[in-house]
Design a binder for this molecule. Structure first.
Ligand code: PEP
Ligand code: MN
Length: 363
């Protein structure tokens, strides 16, 4: 039976109401001004679908010189937004000072960013600063697909006595993938859900997609995989956002997106049986997508080689080179349980396409 997200939002999965099923966290990537934050918060609150207002106060930027956040003063804006709208609040913390400041401004949810989860020193520092508190902490996956780092962060926080822990899946960095800003690699959060079934899993389609057009499909996929909530970057005027401009949506667009999600209320026996199959198929789909983008990278390099061959007047087909590749891959394939026959036909298909693109250049 299908129902709307709204109808299952009240389903408590944990005695912490912040971690209820269908949790929606929304708000700007960064707090930019008090006006921007409060305007966004009021619009979100009026639409009535958001539980927690997010805003980055300290922003970890890939390149120096970018907007690095407004710092601690943003916390008082967040507190004002909370007083006006009644929304709970969430900020990213990366140091013990961030934790202390956030707690002194009554922030309800702290999240550990992807660039922090990778660093056990930082996670330990945050865990130490949280000792003795009853804080809710959401841990984003590390930027790299290292499941052990994600698990390590959970364990460090648990050792500090933190009980209200949730996970955020925001995708993983990869080289040369153009479809996503951060490849979802769904098999990793699926494995985390298997290892920690009691921890809510929240999807962050904004940082997975890096654009606005992919948000609905990624959100729907997370709902199909029985995630517990969504964190989506929302700005009253995304076109003037100082960070992550291309992926933020307006509160109204968020509301429309949530209305479009199809949620199944409870799983029938048949569906429960199908779930492992669904998860495995998900992994196959991911791997196929990865293979296609790797093959595309390979073709790009083959093209460059084609240009060099043309300039140096070398023939496109170099049999000795092809034989050398085949021999090497056969050895590797044997170790990995792939038959020689398979390696041969697979490589033949790749090689024919490589020669075809190089011939086009050569014309
Ligand atoms: C963010 O949520 O704005 C953020 C910096 O995300 P991430 O840690 O996933 O890059
Ligand atoms: Mn962001």
């Amino acid at each position: 039976m299908k129902t709307t997200l709204e109808e299952i939002r009240t389903e408590i999965v944990n005695d912490n109401p912040l971690l209820k099923k269908g949790l929606i966290i929304a708000g700007p990537c960064s707090a930019e001004s008090e006006d921007q934050l409060i305007k966004t918060a009021i619009e979100l609150a009026q639409l009535g679908k958001t539980d927690v207002l997010r805003a980055g106060i300290w922003k970890p930027r890939t390149n120096p010189g970018g907007f690095e956040g407004v710092g601690t003063k943003g916390l008082s804006w967040l507190l004002n937004a909370k007083r006006i709208t009644n929304l709970k609040t969430a900020v990213e913390v990366a140091t013990s000072k961030h934790v202390e400041d956030a707690l002194s401004f009554d922030v309800d949810v702290l999240w550990v960013g992807a660039r922090t989860t990778v660093n056990p020193f930082s996670v330990q520092q945050i865990s130490d600063a949280l000792k003795g508190t009853d804080q809710t902490v959401l841990i984003k996956n590390p930027v790299n697909p290292d499941i052990k780092l994600w698990i390590g962060a959970i364990e460090r926080l648990q050792k500090s006595g933190i009980k209200k822990i949730g996970l955020i899946h925001r995708g993983f960095s990869s080289y040369g993938n153009t479809e996503y800003r951060n490849t979802p690699m769904w098999q990793i959060p699926i494995e985390m859900k298997r290892l920690f079934p009691e921890l809510p899993m929240i999807c962050d389609p904004s940082h997975i997609c890096g654009n606005t057009h992919g948000l609905l499909a990624v959100s729907q996929k997370s709902v199909n995989l029985d995630y517990d909530g969504l964190i989506i970057e929302t700005h009253y005027a995304p076109e003037i956002a100082l960070t992550d401009k291309g992926q933020q949506i307006t509160p109204q667009e968020l509301s429309d997106l949530l209305d479009k999600l199809i949620i199944k209320k409870s799983r029938s026996d048949e569906e429960t049986f199908l779930k492992p199959l669904e998860n495995l198929r998900e992994q196959i789909n991911d791997l196929d997508e990865e293979l296609i983008s790797l093959i595309s990278n390979r073709m790009k390099i083959a093209k460059e080689i084609g240009t060099i061959k043309k300039k140096s007047n070398i023939t496109v087909l170099q049999s000795s080179r092809y034989n050398e590749i085949l021999e090497r891959l056969n050895k590797k394939g044997e170790k990995l349980g792939l038959s020689e026959q398979f390696i041969r036909s697979y490589m033949e298909a790749i090689h024919i396409e490589s020669i075809r693109t190089q011939n086009i250049i050569g014309q």
